[in-house]
Write a protein that binds this ligand. Structure first.
Ligand code: NAD
Ligand code: DAU
Length: 354
């Protein structure tokens, strides 16, 4: 049985990856610090599953990471752990440097030291896969070619700058030490279990509470939406067949202006959960723009499609329908996230443990 050390596996994308990996029979050691974005409810389906070992800890804790590598001897490390929200990076850039840059740097160093002790065949088969973002490439204007793997880095927010720094470190560990690394750069994910600070879940939950739907600027900024399950399937494929030292862009082929996405969410809610006060679209409120707001992201996924045969399976229209349905059907998840009840679970579960 394969064994993978997955970091950030209690977050939105990491938990989806862990659930898929368990379905494939991969043993998962899940290292997550359980920041505000980490949520054990995301892993509910794995309760009692002996093939999933959850460890609450920081990727920057060298001793802990070394201990996990020695104890479980994973075939791969998949690094999802990060501070991931652009608006938070504008308020507190250093938290992003700590985890995304220093944390990744420590993780790389400890993995590299352990990897050097492996027998040659095991070392050759080992992989370190780092999850990055399309934001490292900067901003596109309408009509520009989508980002390719060769597009120069030009990050504009503290978040994207920290992710770019991490990508450079991963590349350096491949070039300098020969560590078999892979980097994936994906577009905006959406789907079940996304923390409601991000555009789509924020709009769904605000609408249901009859709160304003805050659209930055004129809502003209464009994102390329990728279903989280398609993203995680792509990551698994890169791990399986990607060429060490290489980068792979992953996109949803679904570019939309933010205002169109918000209107689509409102239209779905009008249908699924009609309000007696009229269409949810009446709640759309234009607010001050995000500083340094990148205008457009779009991904050219030719490499992963041609080399590895991956393509997204979800289209945005049906993916959005299914996502809104998930939030309507999972009131307990929503309530726990809102009330912070999953934090109480953390205190209860870990209090007094070594
Ligand atoms: P998320 O914020 O939902 O989850 C991040 C997870 O990492 C949380 O469970 C958190 O507890 C954990 N974590 C944070 N700091 C940690 C640390 N120091 N040590 C261990 N665990 C830590 O993020 P997400 O949206 O699931 O994103 C996952 C990865 O994908 C990130 O690297 C992000 O940059 C990247 N990414 C996200 C998107 C997107 O649209 N959400 C798009 C492109 C790339
Ligand atoms: O492109 C990949 C990136 O996508 C990931 O690397 C990030 O981790 C992820 O958070 C996401 O970044 P964005 O900034 O694009 O996502 P967010 O959901 O915050 O915003 C999407 C768009 O919607 C963006 O143009 C800003 C806008 N927006 C966002 C919020 C939260 C609004 O108009 N109003 C809002 O309230």
């Amino acid at each position: 049985m394969m064994c993978q050390l997955v970091t950030g596996g209690a977050g939105f994308i990491g938990s989806c990856y862990v659930l898929q990996a368990r379905k494939r029979g991969v043993r998962v050691i899940n290292l997550d610090k359980l920041t505000y974005a980490g949520n054990m409810d995301n892993l509910d389906a794995l309760r009692g599953d002996g093939g999933h070992v959850f460890v609450c800890g920081d990727i920057g804790n060298a001793e802990l990471v070394a201990h996990l590598l020695d104890s479980y001897r994973p075939d791969a490390v998949v690094n999802f752990a990060a501070e991931s929200h652009v608006d938070r990076s504008i308020m507190d850039p250093e938290a992003f440097v700590r985890t995304n840059v220093l944390g990744t740097s420590t993780l790389l160093r400890v993995v590299k030291d352990w990897w050097h002790t492996l027998p040659p065949q095991t070392a050759a088969a080992f992989r370190f896969l780092h999850i990055s973002t399309d934001e490292v490439y900067g901003a596109l204007q309408p009509g520009d070619e989508p980002f390719a793997e060769t597009t120069p880095y030009s990050p504009n927010s503290p978040y994207s700058a920290s992710k770019a720094a991490a990508d450079h470190l991963v590349h350096a560990f491949h070039e300098t030490y020969g560590l078999p690394t892979l980097v994936t750069n994906c577009s905006n994910n959406y789907g079940p279990r996304q923390f409601p600070e991000k555009l789509i879940p924020l709009m769904i939950l605000n609408a249901l509470e009859q709160k304003a739907l805050p659209v930055y600027g004129k809502g003209a900024n464009i994102r390329d939406w990728l279903h989280v399950e398609d993203h995680c399937a792509a990551v698994a494929r890169v791990l399986e067949a990607g060429q060490p030292g290489r980068k792979y862009n992953i996109g949803g082929h679904a570019e939309r202006a933010n205002l169109d996405v918000v209107r689509a969410v409102c239209a779905i809610l009008d249908d699924m959960a009609p309000s007696s006060q009229g269409s949810y679209a009446r709640l759309i409120t234009f607010v001050a723009d995000r500083p340094g707001h990148d205008f457009r992201y779009a991904i050219d996924s030719t490499r992963i499609t041609e080399e590895l045969g991956w393509k997204p399976k979800h289209d945005l229209d049906s993916g959005l329908l299914e996502t809104v349905r998930w939030y309507l059907d999972n009131a307990a998840w929503v309530e726990h996230v809102r009330s912070g009840a999953y934090r109480q679970w953390l205190v209860r579960n870990y209090a007094g443990r070594a």
